[in-house]
Design a protein around this ligand. Structure first.
Ligand code: 4AD
Ligand code: MG
Length: 485
């Protein structure tokens, strides 16, 4: 079947006056004459005008919401406002009926909660089709950016027997009988009997493997699903999410920050160029949602305005010391409005991150030089003169990129390339060196300075779509208590 996409039909001026065939799902059917048809290629519908005399009443009764219809006809300049062309239908076929009484999603405003419960059908709504077209644009833009920068797409494994990253709680992968697994002499589950001959889990990050790739190929990035079994029922956490992890040899923390900022801006520029229809719709959706909030909680900027703003301004780069000092001097701290304490050594909480970004700097912020004790073992220890070095305690060359409305969107660091320093740190943090011997080999044979970061795809999609809940920007969200569909 050769179909013209509705996007083509609406945008390609050379098609005006010609006969084309389109197929899609009915959004609405008005006045017994006007079918608003959508095929997912764009948020806009094609108005298909039927001749009542040629289409009998039984057929017309089948143009219910979400019925699949194929229409052939001439594209003519539209008399109505809102669209450039419409179709004068000459031939029409109902491809799939949709029982209007039973179809759960009607042409009215449904709550996002309701649509989450009907997540298998929510793609047919304007909001979700816009979100998932934009998710595609962002994903594609990620490959485009790294390809342009000379990075190789490197596939890190999903199943791993190493649990050393320490980035979060892990899901077990096993084929052992859950009711009566084989036991060893100590009476514990004998993982040697399991499929991989060792206790295995779903990965929380591909970084350690990406480092192996970077120290041979120079520049690599991973882009795949990542799993964390932490029981966080928040609007920012998923149990299964997609992470992008670039890693580059001969790159320091400054280069890492530049790469991260460059990526964010490339992606924003791409959606502003390719997704304007969807952005305009989502901008309107956000404005409506904001209008229901009390004045103090409303954001000052609309979605598109915010994206342009982030694109045009350099990100603020500060040290962890600066961040703590700003927070200690802040109004919410002095009025005891923060829920979590502020003092040197704490991990910044979302409320602190959002104060820095939304209230203090009013733009994305990159914080470097976090206390060593709250960051992973592989981060490089700072010395006097390093950006992020602190008199207050040991810090590492970590960098977190904080975004308005989101908080942490990227976490990364320069890696500890010095074998002796790394081994001492692992010992300090009780990271088992035996399990990571393969990783330590990179520091034994031709070690070089290198750096990388992890971007959470869904957090970025939240930002560019203006959606409020991370479960609404991944097609099939997995969270504590939920793996339906
Ligand atoms: O800060 P994280 O834990 O960093 C790492 O895993 C490093 N290995 C990355 C690296 O240096 N290669 O996670 C990176 C990002 C976070 O900034 C956040 O955007 C996202 O991954 N993220 C999550 N997104 C959704 N749900 C979760 N449970 C997430 N946990 C982290
Ligand atoms: Mg982090």
């Amino acid at each position: 079947m050769e179909h013209t996409s509705i996007k083509q039909a609406l945008d390609n001026e050379s098609l005006t006056g010609t006969t084309v065939t389109v197929a899609g799902w009915v959004r609405t059917f008005r006045n017994d004459r006007f079918i608003a048809l959508n095929d997912g290629s764009t948020i806009r519908n094609l108005q298909c005008v039927i001749d009542q005399e040629k289409v009998d009443a039984t057929t017309r009764a089948r143009f219910t919401t979400s019925a699949a219809v194929e229409c052939t006809g001439v594209l003519v300049e539209s008399k109505g406002s809102g669209q450039r062309v419409e179709m004068q239908v000459t031939e029409l076929k109902v491809l799939g009926d949709s029982d209007g009484e039973k179809y759960p999603i009607q042409p009215k405003k449904h709550s996002l909660e309701f649509l989450r419960e009907n997540a298998h059908l929510r793609f047919r709504t304007n909001t979700f089709s816009a979100v998932f077209r934009m998710r595609h644009q962002v994903s594609f833009g990620i490959h485009e950016y790294f390809d342009q920068e000379g990075y190789n797409y490197f596939h890190s494994p999903i199943i791993t027997a190493s649990d050393a990253e320490g980035a979060g709680e892990m899901f077990r992968v096993s084929t052992l009988d859950a009711k009566g697994p084989p036991l060893n002499d100590a009476g514990e589950v004998d993982w040697k009997e399991d499929f991989f001959g060792a206790e295995s889990r779903l990965t929380v990050s591909g970084q350690l493997q990406a480092e192996l790739g970077a120290l041979a190929l120079g520049k690599v990035y991973t882009f795949g699903p990542t799993f964390r079994a932490e029981n966080s029922n928040t609007t920012r956490h998923l149990a299964e999410f997609w992470m992008i992890e670039p890693e580059a040899a001969f790159m320091d923390l400054k280069g890492d920050m530049d790469l991260a900022e460059g990526l964010c801006k490339h992606l924003i520029a791409r959606v502003l160029k390719n997704s304007m229809d969807d952005l305009q719709f989502l901008d309107g959706r956000l404005k409506e949602e904001e209008a229901t909030k009390p004045q103090a909680q409303r954001s000052e900027m609309g979605l598109i305005e915010r994206l342009k703003f982030v694109l045009e301004d350099p990100f603020e780069r500060i040290t962890y010391d600066d961040a703590i000092n700003i927070l200690l001097r802040s109004k919410p701290y002095q009025k005891k409005q923060f829920q979590f304490p502020v003092e040197w050594g704490i991990d910044l909480q979302s409320e602190h991150e959002r104060y820095l970004v939304e209230k203090h700097f009013k733009k994305p912020v990159i914080v470097t030089g976090y206390p060593a004790q709250i960051k992973a073992f592989y981060m490089r220890t700072n010395a006097p003169g390093d950006f992020g070095y602190s008199e207050k305690g040991k810090t590492v060359a970590a960098m977190d990129v904080l975004f308005p409305g989101i908080g942490e969107i990227i976490g990364g660091s320069q890696r500890e390339e010095r074998l002796d320093v790394l081994e001492a740190r692992m010992k300090d943090m009780n990271v088992p060196a035996e399990e990571l011997d393969w990783y330590l080999d990179t520091r034994r044979f031709g070690t070089v300075p290198h750096a990388g970061f992890g971007l959470g795809l869904e957090r970025f999609v939240l930002f560019v779509t203006g959606m409020g809940n991370i479960r609404d920007v991944i097609p099939f969200p997995r969270f504590p208590g939920g793996a339906e569909f």
